[in-house]
Design a protein around this ligand. Structure first.
Ligand SMILES: *[C@@H]1O[C@H](CO)[C@@H](O)[C@H](O)[C@H]1NC(C)=O
Length: 164
């Protein structure tokens, strides 16, 4: 049971950081601690890729939140971000997102690199579906209203693939 937590955490972190020798640290106190504190399930489905988002100063979404978008991007590049129950308004609880790189690609658009993990594969299916809609959502940390655009999944893994 404990090693399954660790495997889940390793796959979550490995896909996003490019660490290749992860299997040499199966007893990592650090990864086990993360997996336990975010309640990562025994078996996880994961995906990685990129997605874009636009930030606005109000719910009406008519004026770009220049500062909020820059702060969010800088913060992710400096500190990375793990989001537990990511967009639970859309997916329900249980999706764990890791955001580790951001780039401003247009005046009104940030591009984010993500790895996402869940014990429920239908949540990953829904997130990787380009037709999934994301209602505008308020982020008090950056005082910004966000429109998440579709998530472009480049790679997906299942628990079976993990154990090979
Ligand atoms: C997804 O993970 C694979 C395997 O680690 C990696 O080659 C690829 O660059 C990643 N994709 C993105 C968008 O980070």
């Amino acid at each position: 049971m404990k090693s399954s937590f660790v495997l889940g955490a390793l796959s979550l972190l490995a896909a996003s950081t490019g660490v290749s020798a992860t299997m040499t640290v199966p007893n990592s106190l650090f990864l086990k601690s993360i997996a336990e504190s975010v309640s990562l399930p025994m078996f996880t489905w994961s995906a990685n890729g990129t997605h874009t988002a636009k930030g606005y100063t109000s719910k009406a979404g008519d004026k770009t939140s220049v500062e909020g978008m820059k702060e969010d991007c800088d913060n992710i590049n400096l500190n990375k971000k793990i989001s537990v129950d990511f967009r639970s308004d859309v997916f329900g609880p249980g999706l764990i997102g890791y955001f580790y790189k951001c780039e401003k690609i247009r005046d009104d658009t940030n591009l984010y690199w993500f790895t996402i993990s869940s014990g429920n594969p239908s949540q990953i299916d829904k997130m990787c579906d380009p037709n999934t809609n994301y209602p505008i959502v308020f982020d008090s940390q950056h005082n910004t209203w966000w429109i998440d655009e579709p998530f472009d999944c480049t790679q997906r893994t299942s628990p079976v693939a993990h154990s090979q």
